[in-house]
Design a protein around this ligand. Structure first.
Ligand code: UGA
Ligand code: MN
Length: 383
């Protein structure tokens, strides 16, 4: 009895093996890129199946303290200090931007991802954007699920916004040269299309860059595509169009890499009227070539480009990068609830919810307190 059964079993095993091998060969033939990592020149799929648009939270209400409205110099009643007076004589104080609600809206697309610096970056960027009228902030988070912690920070700025969950496809995650922020920007493009936004201007503003407020008034009236220098890029410390007689004629960038449009993501803005002419325009998952391929996909021509920032002589955006480091584990070997008798309970819970650190009872750097210049164990507070 055992004999035939075993041989059927073996035959089944053999069949399974052949089947698995055939599937593997088939996959390799179909998707050779799966097995070639870290190659700048490789093409990655432009279209993804099942690309979903996950809208987490949205608000169209602008409830910012109107920093840019109403206040005029006459409202300032305090006697100006000497320095202010001198300053005013040299250059009249800039009038706040007047807004009447008809200006093109800037769709400011920010890819972001969970790491310990995320909330700090979002606070800094959000406080910049609080000064910009007629702006819709699309925050696209590289996560599968909607982050409530992220939302609690975004919404407090009072800026009209949309928070998306737009994870990087798993096939790219973990690669040394993963295409960062691409799933996020593609999701934002989908949101713009699905919501029929056909007027206004699109700008890709990463969460770690530094934006001069003047950038926004420069890009707001972009006709087709505007371009401008980005500071702190590559071996030249700058990436910029080269302008002659008010026209863009070339590019100054230390990484040509055979790119037709060797610009940084932060170095251009696109009007939505112009974008709508290319309904299939998209950004490929191709690290290093996202800008180039996106600009090719909208059919950009050199004569379509408007140089901004005083003919590309000013730097209005900086490619700052935040040093990232691992979340430390802090060892507190006592009942966490006891910490609620101090500020530390709430403080540490908040930091943990942001991913800034972890508290453990058994591992990590042992937490201590300093009292009157001497180090005490935590138990000191509860003895
Ligand atoms: C540079 C360019 O400035 C980016 O616009 C470009 O997407 C990126 O290179 C690239 O080609 O991969 P860099 O400062 O090197 O950016 O990259 P990050 O700032 O780390 O990432 C760019 C954006 O993607 C950021 O807004 C970041 O929050 C987001 N990101 C990064 C993710 O959404 N997921 C990640 O895993 C990493
Ligand atoms: Mn960056």
């Amino acid at each position: 009895m055992g004999g035939p059964r075993t041989s059927i079993f073996l035959r089944q095993k053999k069949f399974q093996f052949v089947l698995v091998a055939a599937v593997v060969v088939f996959l390799i033939v179909l998707f050779p890129n799966l097995y070639d990592s870290e190659d700048y020149e490789k093409e990655y799929p432009l279209l993804l199946e099942n690309e979903q648009l996950v809208i987490c939270y949205e608000s169209n209400v602008d409830s910012r303290k109107a920093l840019y409205a109403a206040t005029t110099l006459s409202d300032v009643t305090d006697e100006p200090s000497t320095t202010q007076r001198n300053h005013r004589q040299q250059a009249p104080q800039q009038q706040p931007q007047q807004v009447n609600g008809t200006e093109p809206v800037i769709y400011f697309v920010t890819p972001t991802y969970p790491r310990r610096e995320q909330i700090a970056e979002i606070i800094r960027l959000g406080q910049t954007l609080m000064h910009v009228p007629r702006l819709h902030w699309i925050v696209a988070d590289d996560t599968n699920s909607c982050s409530e912690v992220l939302n609690s920070h975004i919404r407090k700025f009072g800026i009209p916004y949309t928070q998306l969950a737009s994870p990087m496809p798993t096939m790219y995650r973990g690669r040394k040269n993963a295409p960062r922020g691409v799933a996020n920007r593609r999701a934002a493009l989908n949101w713009i299309r699905q919501n029929q936004k056909k007027t206004g201007v699109l700008y890709f503003g990463d969460d770690d860059n530094t934006f001069d407020l003047k950038l926004f008034s420069e890009i707001r009236y972009t006709k087709k595509v505007s371009m401008f220098p980005v500071g702190l890029i590559g071996d030249y410390g700058i990436s910029s169009p080269i302008v002659r007689n008010g026209r863009v004629e070339g590019f100054f960038d230390s990484w040509p890499a055979k790119r037709k449009w060797p610009v940084d993501m932060a170095g251009f803005a696109v009007s939505l009227e112009y974008l709508a002419l290319s309904p299939n325009a998209t950004m490929p998952f191709k690290a290093g070539y996202e800008e180039d391929e996106f600009l090719k996909s909208i059919g950009l021509k050199l004569e379509d480009i408007e140089p901004k920032a005083r003919n590309c002589t000013e730097i209005l955006v900086w490619h700052t990068q935040t040093k990232s480091s691992k979340s430390p584990t802090v060892r507190i070997s006592m009942d966490r609830q006891k910490l609620d008798k101090l500020n530390l309970g709430a403080l540490l819970r908040r930091l943990e919810s942001m991913g800034v650190n972890h508290i453990s009872e058994s591992e990590g750097t042992t937490a201590q307190a300093i009292v009157n210049g001497s180090v005490k164990p935590f138990s000191f507070w509860f003895s």
